[in-house]
Design a protein around this ligand. Structure first.
Ligand code: ZN
Length: 142
């Protein structure tokens, strides 16, 4: 069991040190800011959505390892997904961390399920996902 915990910690540290999709998009259609004052995590999330699909996604920000790793994993998981698919993943991820409800197989995202036992950390792990929810509703008018 401790081997698995070590592996999970390694993946989280790796994603926080070398986050995926870190940066800004040249062309974005949706955006949102996320802040978790309890921990000092913040991020700015940008999406490029076309024909109901997330073509591109990127974030910049700073925070604890959990918040950064969760943001990195989130971008990896929803990129090239339809809005509906992204919403389903988003809902089940938040459910996994805040309820005992059965959720779909979330693959690598399940490494963050241990955060559930640390209520303050749940806000760190869900920050990027709340930003995604906000961004999907916040189309940039040009
Ligand atoms: Zn945090």
């Amino acid at each position: 069991m401790s081997d698995i915990v070590d592996l999970y910690q390694e993946i989280i540290l790796d994603h926080s040190k070398y986050p995926k999709n870190f940066g800004q998009l040249a062309k974005k259609t949706h955006q949102a800011l996320g802040k978790n004052p309890l921990c000092g995590d913040m991020l700015s999330l940008e999406l490029k959505i076309a024909n109901g699909k997330i073509d591109d996604i990127a974030f910049v920000g700073d925070g604890c390892a959990i918040s950064k790793a969760s943001a990195s994993l989130m971008t990896e998981f929803v990129k090239n997904k339809t809005i509906e698919e992204a919403k389903n993943i988003l809902e089940d991820f938040v459910k996994m961390l805040t309820t005992d409800d059965q959720v779909m197989d979330l693959g690598k995202l399940q490494i963050l399920s241990g955060v559930k036992d640390f209520p303050l950390r749940v806000k760190c792990a869900t920050l990027a996902w709340q930003a995604l929810k906000a961004a999907l509703l916040n189309e940039i008018k040009e």
